[in-house]
Design a protein around this ligand. Structure first.
Ligand code: SIN
Length: 184
């Protein structure tokens, strides 16, 4: 039974990478959403999901970009699932991501809500940082890890963003380069 006076509230989680297309967490609601002041970039190395330590893959993180909007998917997690979901995501995102509190915005007219997002900053050991897009594409094409091919991560993210009518020039330019070189 909940402690008297303790208010348990649902938790909103904003996903912008694999959480867009493979949330793998119990949730009561999923909505297209955006956060302000961040841009998505394939600047984080993945040694535990989409690559291995000897050949890291590239996955997305967020970088500060003052006027930008980053679109993704927001998940509402029931109050009584909150702790279990956070444990699960902390484990899944342990390759360099930290939790950050953010305001999550929905389509026009809907009120915003507080929530959290997992971000990998340049302080983590797997951070790779910027590189020319064709270098990123070459790395993505080669990399594979316990969760599968790095290529799949890029293509599924691009497909999911398109499904929600979300634009992201960085993701779509990388996707185009990979598709242009042929998808096996
Ligand atoms: C996210 O999807 O929100 C975090 C990055 C990832 O796991 O790909």
């Amino acid at each position: 039974m909940a402690e008297r006076g303790a208010v348990k509230r649902p938790l909103w989680i904003f996903g912008y990478g694999s959480l867009v297309w493979r949330p793998d967490i119990p949730h009561d609601e999923r909505r297209p959403a955006w956060i302000r002041g961040f841009a998505r970039r394939f600047w984080q190395g993945s040694t535990d999901h989409r690559g291995v330590p000897e050949a890291p893959g590239r996955v997305v993180t967020l970088v500060r970009a003052e006027a930008a909007r980053c679109w993704g998917a927001a998940y509402r997690v029931a109050a009584d699932e909150r702790d279990a979901v956070l444990d699960r995501l902390d484990h899944r995102e342990q390759g360099g991501y930290e939790r950050l509190d953010v305001s999550i915005h929905f389509e026009a007219g809907a009120p915003q809500t507080d929530g959290l997002v997992y971000v990998a900053t340049e302080r983590n050991r797997n951070y790779l940082g910027p590189a020319p897009l064709d270098t990123i594409a070459r790395q993505v094409r080669k990399a594979r890890g316990p969760s599968g091919a790095n290529l799949e991560y890029v293509l599924r993210l691009a497909d999911s963003l398109r499904e929600m009518d979300a634009s992201d020039p960085h993701v779509f330019a990388l996707e185009a380069l990979l598709r242009q070189e042929g998808i096996e």
